[in-house]
Design a protein around this ligand. Structure first.
Ligand SMILES: [Zn+2]
Length: 158
């Protein structure tokens, strides 16, 4: 199991033989690779971790006040605007959105779970529908915030 024994030994938790956190490249850092194939719609794994009230690197949002801090598995999923997995933070499950070939990285869409990101970032996923700049689903991209504050900030405080 990738998770320590304190979280129990649910047989649906990810196993070492199937998944590994690996360095992808300098641009995106670490990601989760799957050594086995999954058919579209298949359950990939159940997830767990420490529940926390703050947004950190490697947290995923459970509800408006609760986040899952998981540095063993799900906290290392990479982002794509054309993801191959979907997360249910209610059921704590990861499901395949597409057929996944062995030795593929698992990609989620961070805006699926996150209202606000720990850090917004420019996307390099190269999907045809790439949003270019990734923010949470309830926050404006930083570029729009800059434009907005520039508009509002004409009141002459200087
Ligand atoms: Zn993208």
């Amino acid at each position: 199991m990738l998770y320590p024994a304190i979280y129990g030994n649910d047989p649906l938790f990810p196993h070492y033989r199937d998944f590994q956190i690996v360095d992808k490249d300098d641009l995106v850092g670490k990601g989760v690779i799957s050594f086995r194939a999954f058919e579209r719609g298949a359950l990939i794994a159940k997830i767990t971790g420490e529940r926390t009230s703050d947004i950190r690197q490697h947290t995923l949002q459970i509800d408006s006040d609760t986040h899952l801090f998981d540095t063993w598995f799900s906290g290392y999923f990479l982002h794509s605007c054309d993801p191959n997995i979907s997360l249910s933070m209610k059921d704590m499950t990861v499901t395949a959105l597409k057929d996944i070939a062995p030795n593929s990285f698992l990609y989620m869409d961070y805006a699926e779970t996150e209202d606000h990101l720990f850090r917004q970032f420019p996307c390099s996923c190269r999907a045809s529908n790439c949003r270019g700049w990734i923010s949470g689903r309830k926050e404006l991209p930083a570029s729009q915030l800059h434009a907005l504050s520039a508009t509002i900030g004409t009141g002459g405080h200087y």
